[in-house]
Design a protein. Structure first.
Length: 99
């Protein structure tokens, strides 16, 4: 369950993510050194997909969260998976990496 308070709003939106048995098992988290930048993120994501993706239930959806804490990165990763499949990140550099 993920929630946030939005000022000036009096409504509630509930998003449901249906998952099969074991679909989150290939998940991974890593703390990168600041100098590794976007290239370090891309390398880590590709390594995890290569090593663990074969055990994931298709279709393979990849949500990537980047933050200063593992907790926040995990939340951002979950929110990324909840985006429409054909959507792009609002961050231009991240959107380029998504392609």
């Amino acid at each position: 369950l993920d929630w946030r308070i939005v000022p000036e709003k009096d409504s509630c939106t509930i998003d449901v993510y249906m998952a099969g048995g074991g679909c989150t098992l290939p998940g991974a988290a890593k703390v990168l050194m600041p100098g590794q930048g976007y290239e370090g993120v891309a390398e880590f994501v590709m390594d995890v997909i290569t090593e663990r993706g074969v055990n994931a239930c298709p279709p393979l959806l990849v949500g990537v969260g980047v933050s200063t804490s593992v907790e926040t990165a995990a939340r951002l990763s979950k929110l990324a998976i909840m985006r429409p499949v054909d959507s792009k990140s609002a961050n231009p550099r991240a959107a380029l990496m998504e392609e």
